[in-house]
Design a protein around this ligand. Structure first.
Ligand code: PEP
Ligand code: MN
Length: 293
């Protein structure tokens, strides 16, 4: 099938067979992140801090999200910050903290890889490699993660069309790595009351065109903590296969994105609410598995 949702002549360039299309694979792909399956009946929630800041911060936050029902831990060690003067992440030290806490909690970890030169290092520690919004068009990086056999979380470029997003995923699949999860994280529009405009219509569109799982990031999608629960619920209602959300044990002290990070109790409440939404659309959300230590 060609990726030409609107049959517009400008999209004719996409009128070639593509691996990401539903036509090339009628069954939905299930992506396994160290045993946690994304794309099945369960709505998989990924949560954790924007950035790994210290082992104490990571431990406290990981414990909170695990107790709330998260299935995968997020946390950036290499951070793509808008300003070069802001905290850039702990690098490999942060990756080590992630893999240690992963072993302790049993939660697989997803973390961003920003550069082809970091791929080998991130591969060693992460269960899933994230290609961020700013790198969705980084074709050498897409090819590099495509050559590995580890799941990839591909975030939509902030100014990418659906076709461009799918073709970015195609770069990864073309190298033989079919374990790709797509993430809608908001696009740039004229609207500036929110950080980005969360394009929830991308969820049914992507799922119609493509066999890969689709998740939503309401944290970067809105930039506003108070709005995250509403958009998370809307995303599940729209058919998302999962969510990725920022949670911090002390958001007011966060070195990155504290304003959009949920408090642990807000996260736990949201998970309870999401479970009901999931059931209403014939999906499931796992119950909290207490982790007390
Ligand atoms: C992130 O998830 O840490 C992140 C930087 O998101 P995005 O690439 O969507 O801006
Ligand atoms: Mn962030």
């Amino acid at each position: 099938m060609s990726i030409n949702p609107f049959n517009h002549p400008a999209n004719e360039i996409f009128s070639v067979p593509v691996r990401v299309s539903r036509e090339s694979r009628p069954d939905m792909t299930i992506v396994s992140v160290n045993g946690v399956e994304i794309g099945g009946t369960e709505v998989v929630v990924i949560a954790g801090p924007c950035a790994v800041e210290s082992s104490e911060q990571l431990y406290e936050t990981a414990r909170a999200v695990k107790n709330g029902g998260a299935r995968i831990l997020r946390g950036g060690a290499f951070k793509p910050r808008s300003s070069p003067y802001n905290f850039q992440g702990l690098g490999e030290e942060g990756l080590k903290m992630l893999s240690d806490i992963s072993r302790e909690t049993g939660l697989p970890v997803v973390t961003e890889v920003m550069d082809t030169r970091q791929v080998e290092t991130v591969y060693k520690y992460a269960d899933m490699m994230q290609v961020g919004s700013r790198n969705m068009h980084n074709y050498p990086l897409l090819k590099e993660v495509g050559m590995l056999r580890k799941p990839v979380l591909l975030k939509r470029g902030m100014m990418a069309t659906i076709a461009e997003f799918l073709l970015a995923a195609e770069y990864i699949l073309n190298q033989g790595n079919e374990q790709v999860v797509l993430c809608e994280r908001g696009i740039r529009t004229f609207e500036n009351s929110t950080r980005n405009t969360l394009d929830l219509s991308a969820v049914p569109m992507l799922k119609r065109l493509c066999h890969l799982p689709v998740i939503v990031d309401p944290s970067h999608g809105t930039g506003l903590r108070w709005m995250v629960p509403s958009m998370a619920k809307a995303a599940v209602a729209a058919g998302a296969d999962g969510l990725i959300m920022e949670v911090h044990h002390k958001p007011e002290e966060a070195l990155c994105d504290g304003q959009q990070s949920l408090y642990p109790d807000e996260f736990a409440q949201l998970m309870t609410d999401l479970k009901k939404i999931a059931l209403a659309v014939s999906r499931e959300i796992s119950l909290p598995q207490p982790f007390d230590k």
